[in-house]
Design a protein around this ligand. Structure first.
Ligand code: AHR
Length: 658
């Protein structure tokens, strides 16, 4: 044995891991007792523009503050060349165009022959790839024709890695759109865009934009393909959007209003992102919502990845952690109307106002909206009163649409108890529960849903994440300890799939240079995605979901944490397969026999897809080889017995053909 191996064993011994002493256990799987169905759309994703999830993330725009609407109009831009007084002017046409008031006037009439320009820093730089084409586009209005626009991508050393020239048409009047495409000759994660104004003239500019051509499905001005792909790989049953607290806003003026996120891109009214100043230790003053990823794009994304759309709308209340502003009940109608119009936008014929807009945007077919959330993390009687007003109208006009209602910020306590009682009394369709808790909480709550009322409202485990306190670096709270505790908890969610109809981890994305909140499911930099251990757990559930629950027991009892084992079992009637999820949260390896009851015999082999790491602090770090990735091994099946190894600190999905 090599020295390295001795050292490894010594390290395991110090940590108390004893591989030699494998234990024996028998779990009984009542394969013929498949009574309760699993919602095929149970495992989904929660998307919010937090941590630069949309702007600077999923939305592939590379230019920050493209329309000069940020709080400081030139945020993200810096001068190039010798800029003189009067070369640049920010104009505001608010009376004419409230949705996009500011634009930039460039005047080079006093030019000495040397060009001036502006450089845009992107969202923590711009991620560009060798040989990929980039489209530079701009809105312009000629005042005194003569300026030509040279664009350059530059790397971190200032080296030009791609360039082109855009010549605005000279004889036009009014606002025009122009574009030019060019390639990068280098892959660079922190590129910048130089925009040079050559020649003498005066021109108004707005919506200065740069998009890659390799977007998801090659859509013009679309989404980052790698980020959508990592979602699609989860085969999510639903996508909840647009959040989260951004639905509520810091105050009501900053609430999310879906109507301002649809239609022509230059008319979508930008607002500050409420995560901009939420956390003093992670201030992100340049975080705004441009709504390039708006409600049309969210619905389209849902369709692309085969997920049911689950929009959440504001219920007439701003975030209760911030201003807690509420709309008087007698002024709630416009909010309720927004909900009705949203259903029209998603589902109605093209002969309706909002159905026509959907068609004009490129999707005449309906999006088949079936669920609608009213409010996010709202609480108290003020929420119940407003929800009731929505419920009455929505049920009258759209009885088939299921209403998702908030049970507040916590999964227990006074607020939760109150809301839970009221929502059940109201017979709301689906209750949205949120839990950001410690690994210990997740481990000890694996039985949470075992006793929930089967006849009452369905549950949406809408936002959950295990928050480990052991990681030294805050961005890596989503270590293996956290993910394993989620895997354990989710056995209880799956076992109770007849009541928990929907489940999603939150938040979804985080940019390594622009995050506010941790832990998160998927980390990204400007070029790549880095799924966390929690992502791998979610994926093992969502891609092995089965169709019916079957009991799995040890000595006649549910396996939910006694001796640190957690298990759930389902069968997939279409594939005729048994799928067992099994967590070993102990430092001992265990030999487990699955006693398959109620079947004649099974196939002679099965497979185990597993995640394992003896280090609770193991992470999948941005830019590094991941430490927690699924592996596969085959398992022995003899007649009605399957023999497994449950490695210390492991989660496995066992699949046996029946
Ligand atoms: O997921 C992050 C935030 O957590 C969500 O915006 C909010 O709903 C919850 O408090």
């Amino acid at each position: 044995m090599k020295v390295k191996n001795y050292l490894f064993l010594a390290l395991l011994a110090i940590q108390g891991v004893d591989f030699a002493e494998a234990q024996q256990k028998t779990f009984t799987v009542q394969v013929d007792k498949a009574t309760e169905e699993i919602n095929p759309n149970m495992w989904g994703v929660f998307f919010e523009d937090i941590n630069m999830g949309a702007d600077g993330g999923l939305y592939a725009e590379l230019v920050k503050n493209r329309s000069f609407e940020f709080f400081r109009p030139m945020m993200g831009w810096k001068n190039l060349g010798t800029v003189k007084e009067g070369n640049y002017l920010i104009l505001n046409r608010k009376a004419d165009k409230e949705s996009n008031p500011r634009y930039l006037r460039v005047n080079t009439m006093n030019s000495d022959g040397n060009a001036i320009g502006l450089v845009n820093e992107g969202f923590r730089g711009m991620g560009v790839k060798k040989d990929v084409s980039y489209e530079f586009s701009i809105l312009y209005k000629q005042i005194k024709p003569g300026i030509e626009v040279k664009v350059e991508l530059v790397d971190t050393t200032g080296q030009v890695i791609g360039s082109s020239k855009f010549i605005p048409e000279k004889t036009t009047t009014g606002w025009q759109k122009g574009s030019v495409s060019f390639s990068s000759n280098k892959t660079e994660s922190k590129a910048k865009l130089n925009v040079w104004f050559e020649g003498k003239g005066e021109v108004d500019l707005d919506m200065i934009s740069l998009f890659p051509s390799d977007t998801w499905k090659g859509r013009k001005n679309g989404l980052r393909a790698d980020m959508v792909q990592v979602l699609a790989d989860l085969k999510p049953g639903f996508i909840r959007f647009p959040g989260g607290c951004i639905v509520e806003g810091f105050d009501l003026s900053q609430r999310f209003q879906w109507k301002k996120t649809v239609g022509p891109i230059e008319d979508r009214q930008l607002i500050v992102n409420r995560w901009n100043t939420e956390f003093a230790h992670r201030l992100t003053p340049d975080y705004f919502q441009t709504f390039g990823l708006g409600f049309f794009e969210y619905f389209q994304l849902a369709e692309d990845i085969g997920a049911e759309p689950l929009p959440i709308i504001n219920c007439g209340m701003a975030c209760q952690f911030n201003t807690g502003e509420v709309v008087p009940l007698d002024e709630l109608d416009p909010y309720v109307q927004d909900a009705l119009d949203l259903i029209e936008f998603a589902n109605a014929g093209t002969n309706t106002k909002w159905g026509k807009l959907r068609a004009d945007m490129g999707h005449p077919e309906p999006f088949n909206l079936k669920m609608l959330g009213v409010g996010n993390e709202n609480w108290g009687p003020q929420y119940i009163e407003r929800l009731e007003a929505f419920r009455k109208v929505l049920k009258k006009h759209h009885p088939a649409i299921e209403i998702v209602a908030s049970s507040g910020t916590d999964p227990e306590g006074e607020r939760f108890e109150y809301l839970n009682k009221e929502l059940r009394a109201m017979d709301i369709d689906i209750i949205d529960e949120h839990f950001y808790r410690s690994p210990e909480w997740f481990l000890s709550n694996a039985s949470r849903y075992d006793h929930y009322d089967r006849q009452g409202p369905k549950i949406f485990a809408g936002e959950y994440a295990s928050h480990s306190t052991k990681s030294k670096r805050p961005e890596y709270k989503n270590n293996w300890e956290a993910a394993l505790s989620e895997a354990a908890f989710l056995t209880g969610v799956e076992r109770n799939a007849s009541v928990v109809q929907l489940a999603s981890y939150a938040p979804l994305f985080a940019h390594i240079d622009g995050w506010q909140w941790t832990p998160d499911l998927i980390w990204v930099d400007n070029l790549k995605v880095f799924p966390s251990p929690s992502y791998q757990v979610q994926k093992m559930y969502s891609t092995n979901k089965g169709s019916h629950i079957v009991p799995i027991l040890e000595n006649g009892k549910t396996i939910a944490g006694d001796e640190k084992f957690y298990a759930s079992a389902v069968i997939d009637k279409n594939a005729n397969e048994l799928i067992v999820k099994l967590v070993n949260n102990s430092d001992k390896k265990e030999n487990i026999t699955l006693d398959l009851q109620g079947i004649k015999r099974s196939s002679s082999t099965g497979k185990s897809l597993f995640l394992q790491n003896i280090d609770p602090l193991a992470i999948n770090e941005v830019g590094k080889t991941p430490s927690v990735v699924p592996q596969e091994k085959s398992i022995q099946v003899k007649g009605k017995k399957a023999i497994l190894d449950a490695e210390p600190f492991s989660f496995q999905v066992v699949k046996i053909s029946l």
